[in-house]
Design a protein around this ligand. Structure first.
Ligand code: D5M
Ligand code: FE
Ligand code: ZN
Length: 516
């Protein structure tokens, strides 16, 4: 089989266990004898190398010019090739390199400058779990939520504690910051909302003909908000005049990268499922090796790397790989097809082998060991990742099922998953409602609060592609790499499979690439 084109080279290298830099692949693809260069480059790579580096290929290419392959040294790192003069760990873009010559129309990409890549992770809670699941932990986490989200509201209303309101005389103006404890409709069609703070609870009545009645159907239990209104004559209830949400300020100005660089935002790969779309994935990773994708320097993966085991009833009937570790082994193989010089960040999802309750810590050592080839940054769900100055809040998205179930269809639906995301931004919390689909692991602090406004909010989970802007924050729900499952067929979920939204980090514009 002739070895030509980056895709073939990548798959050959992957089958031998190597991930490769893009420039390495380009150099092999454009050599006169790609198969020979590939063999010699592998010989030139250090013994336990996981990634075939550009310098290994250069060694091989030099060998082809100056000496027969058989005499190529196997310890290239200790004995660097004279032509480049580079020692170990020197990045592939150094000055002495010959320019890459491209051949044919497959147009392999030009090399990246890894020195310019920058990535920072805030609020990764991996290894910092303190919760024991005791009642006190739940009290602490809700107290923290009220403190911190309430802090975003207290300056905006003239508020008092619930117990102080309880002892006020009737008829006066009053304000309160609290967690939504209960939402009920009254016999006459008004809404009764019970707010709770650290001191107690107080009932607030939203009249059905007031403006604010339209907002009641988007409230979720346990979200934090503020209300202002007038106490009834007997002071037993307050009539709502205004409602305030922690929200994203309309004036939010997102940061952008100071050069043209792109990130691919994907999720829900589901390797191990019979429905995993390997052809689409292969096309995607082949594309990443082409000139078209030369500005894509980051790959952000928002959970569900594998299909997992025992996630949903009867899931095993649709498994292609039944052992969870084997699933990660296979996933790691697919990840090796991604150019080695892309920076990858990943968080877990509900199908991954970490605790289900959120926040979910990043993968443990065993799983990291399996996925070492790409040296991805593995962080918690959720996590705030800053890429070239652009902050990206990554969250898998289990709470979106809940938002979509609770809110009316025009405010949140599977067809417009980004609109469901807008509500999370408005509530400044990735999973406000406790006790439904979304499981919460109580910690000393509420890791699920959206403390800082992100420039991009990236979720997945619902397997639908959707994006839009909310107060200048770009919300993207990536689709998936899994075809429709039996369950999804039964509930009419038609997944958006095989798409990769690509974001320009310098303009925050999106283009969607389709591979299925
Ligand atoms: O879930 C993908 C989407 O499908 C998400 O909206 C939940 C829904 N889903 C899938 N399977 C089930 C079952 N068995 N019960 C309830 N909801 C389900 P993901 O978890 O990413 O596969
Ligand atoms: Fe999923
Ligand atoms: Zn999921």
């Amino acid at each position: 089989m002739p070895l030509e084109g980056p895709a073939r080279i990548v798959s050959e290298l992957t089958s031998r266990g190597y991930n490769a830099d893009r420039e390495a692949v380009t150099l092999i693809a454009t050599a006169d004898d790609p198969a020979g260069v590939l063999e010699r480059a592998i010989d030139a790579a250090p013994e336990n190398a996981l990634v075939l580096r550009t310098e290994d290929v250069r060694t091989a290419l030099d060998g082809a010019t100056h000496q027969p392959a058989s005499s190529e040294p196997t310890s290239a790192r200790q004995d660097p090739p004279v032509s480049t003069g580079t020692g170990p760990d020197v990045s592939p873009q150094d000055e002495g390199n010959a320019p890459v010559e491209t051949k044919g129309d497959s147009a392999p990409r030009t090399p990246l400058d890894p020195n310019r890549q920058s990535i920072d992770v805030a609020n990764d809670m991996t290894g910092q779990s303190t919760g024991t699941g005791e009642y006190e932990d739940f009290v602490a986490v809700f107290r923290d939520r009220l403190e911190r989200l309430g802090g975003k509201l207290r300056g905006r209303v003239n508020h008092r504690p619930a117990t102080a309101i309880q002892s006020m005389p009737g008829g006066g103006e009053v304000g309160m910051v609290g967690l939504v404890n209960d939402i009920r409709s009254t016999a006459s069609g008004h809404w009764l909302i019970e707010l709770e703070d650290a001191t107690g609870t107080f009932p607030w009545l939203v009249m059905k003909d007031r403006d604010y009645a339209d907002l009641v159907d988007e409230l979720l239990c346990d979200e934090v908000l503020a209300m202002e209104g007038t106490l009834s004559d007997d002071a037993g209830i307050a009539f709502v005049d205004s409602m305030y949400f922690p929200d994203v300020p309309r004036t939010h100005q997102p940061s952008t990268a100071d050069r043209h660089v792109q990130a691919a935002l994907i999720s829900d790969v589901h390797v191990g499922s019979q429905e995993f779309m390997h052809d689409a994935w292969n096309r995607f990773t082949d594309w990443l090796h082409t000139e078209d994708a030369q500005h894509v320097e980051y790959l952000l993966l928002a959970g569900d790397m594998v299909e997992g085991v025992g996630i949903y009833p009867n899931q095993d009937e649709e498994l292609d790989i039944i052992d969870i570790y084997d699933q990660y082994e296979r996933f790691s193989e697919y990840l090796k097809q991604v150019p080695g010089d892309l920076e990858i960040v990943m968080i877990p999802g509900n199908h991954d082998a970490v605790r289900l309750a959120e926040p979910q810590p990043g993968f443990d050592e065993n799983l990291r060991e399996i996925m070492t080839a790409h040296d991805a940054q593995i962080v918690s769900n959720p996590a705030m990742v800053t890429v070239e100055g652009v902050s990206v809040l990554m969250y898998h998205g289990v709470s979106l099922d809940e938002v979509i179930a609770e809110l009316p269809a025009e405010k949140a639906s599977y067809d417009d998953p980004h609109k469901a995301m807008y509500h999370l931004l408005k509530k400044r919390h990735v999973a406000p409602q406790f006790g439904g689909h979304t499981r919460l692991a109580p910690e000393e602090k509420d890791h699920l609060i959206i403390d800082e406004v992100p420039d991009i909010f990236h979720t997945g989970h619902v397997h639908k592609l959707g994006f839009g802007k909310y107060h200048n924050v770009l919300a993207i729900n990536s689709g998936c790499w899994q075809a429709q499952t039996d369950f999804q067929k039964s509930v009419n979920i038609d997944p958006d499979s095989g798409y990769a939204p690509i974001v320009d980090l310098d303009t925050l514009e999106i283009t969607v690439q389709k591979f299925a």
